[in-house]
Design a protein around this ligand. Structure first.
Ligand SMILES: NC(=O)c1ccc[n+]([C@@H]2O[C@H](COP(=O)([O-])OP(=O)(O)OC[C@H]3O[C@@H](n4cnc5c(N)ncnc54)[C@H](O)[C@@H]3O)[C@@H](O)[C@H]2O)c1
Length: 336
């Protein structure tokens, strides 16, 4: 992979690494860049670069490993040498794709690179809610040996809202749990659903009607905003558990709270919220039937290794005269 001496593709080239904790989490990717002769300028703090900080280094950059720092038109205008922005993740809302295109800068991301991590957390939320794991944890640590009678996943019906990369991984992993799987996705691949034993239905209310657990895996768009609202919760079976690891806007939090208060919704597992970070005192945070995480579903060491390597490889490819895989299409990648 790496060249030798002056033939190394990164010789004389600088990669700016805005992504935080890169050396710690993306060792293989970092090694690949170093082995190929690139000089790295890394963000060694734990917070994203400010516009001033990125402004100070962008002029020297031939490539960027981007975290969530912003590459807008004004940054791009100073990026005299920049050939590629390689996004350490999926979301591209911090990159002005049109400005990049105007300057012939490739933008690459890694769709699906963290899908396994998200899928596993979604299943974790399902089991945590069914078994009241947070209650049990608090009780045991406080020395209370109460009986906590929960539910098994086996024999339950799980509805998947959206049947894309993450949802399919959830389905594959749940196949060992003896559950009944149903999905709603207007663009679903019927053959994949069939192979995974997932029953596709034509409407959302139909998907959730019999489900013990509803797990949300669709993108946030104008169309999917507040997909889980009072009406949809009304169509669910009493005692349903709702899991959201997609985007906060998919779930109307007021409606979810009403569902939890009335007992119609027995529990919720939430990685994402309508406004993040969630304000202290938000009633969902203190609700005993809610288990949550701070938008961390994608954060596994394995996922960082995978996407770290993919982003570094894309940079090596560009400077070796190859087309990098994962080239972002501005038209269909902005919403995820
Ligand atoms: N929590 C996290 O850290 C984290 C990490 C990665 C992705 N995500 C989010 O998870 C979601 C799913 O990601 P993915 O990688 O599986 O995306 P994906 O694009 O592979 O799948 C999304 C699926 O949703 C379907 N869909 C579109 N509109 C729909 C609708 N109205 N109703 C039902 N389904 C619809 C699409 O057809 C597609 O199959 C996205 O919102 C993504 O932003 C969250």
């Amino acid at each position: 992979m790496s060249g030798t001496g002056a033939t190394k593709p990164g010789a004389g080239k600088t990669v700016i690494v805005g992504a935080v904790r890169y050396a710690e989490l993306c060792g293989s990717g970092r090694d690949l860049l170093v082995r190929n002769g690139f000089r790295l300028i890394e963000n060694d703090s734990t917070v994203p670069w400010t516009p001033e900080q990125i402004g100070a280094v962008i002029g020297t950059a031939d490539a960027a490993v981007a975290g969530v720092e912003v590459y807008d038109a004004s940054v791009m205008a100073r990026a005299e040498r920049l050939r590629i922005i390689s996004r350490l993740g999926v979301g591209l809302d911090n990159v002005d794709l049109a400005a990049a295109r105007d300057r012939d800068i490739d933008v690459v991301n890694v769709p699906g690179g963290n899908a396994a991590a998200v899928a596993e957390l979604a299943i974790g939320f399902m089991i945590a809610s069914l078994r009241r794991m947070t209650d049990m944890d608090r009780a045991a640590k406080a020395g209370r040996w109460d009986r906590f009678v929960g539910h098994e996943l086996a024999g339950k019906s799980v509805a998947l809202v959206g049947f894309g990369a993450i949802s399919r991984m959830v389905a594959r992993r749940l196949s060992g749990f003896d559950v009944d799987l149903v999905a709603y996705d207007p663009y679903a691949d019927a053959a994949v659903a069939d192979a995974l034993g997932v029953r596709l239905v034509d409407t959302l209310p139909e998907a959730v009607a019999e489900a013990h657990i509803v797990s949300v895996h669709a993108p946030h768009t104008a169309k999917t905003h507040h997909t889980v609202d009072d009406r949809l919760i009304g169509a669910m079976r009493p005692g349903v558990i709702i899991v959201n690891t997609s985007r906060g806007g998919l779930v109307d939090e007021e409606a979810l709270l009403r569902g939890l208060e009335s007992g119609k919704v027995a529990g919720a597992g939430l990685d994402v919220f309508e406004v993040e970070p969630v304000a202290a005192g938000h009633p969902l945070l203190s609700h005993p039937a809610v288990v949550c995480s701070p938008h961390a579903a994608a954060d596994s060491y394995e996922a960082y290794e995978r996407i770290g390597l993919a982003t570094a490889q894309a940079i090596v490819d560009v400077f070796s005269g190859r087309t990098p895989s994962g080239l972002a299409n501005p038209l269909d990648r902005v919403s995820v």
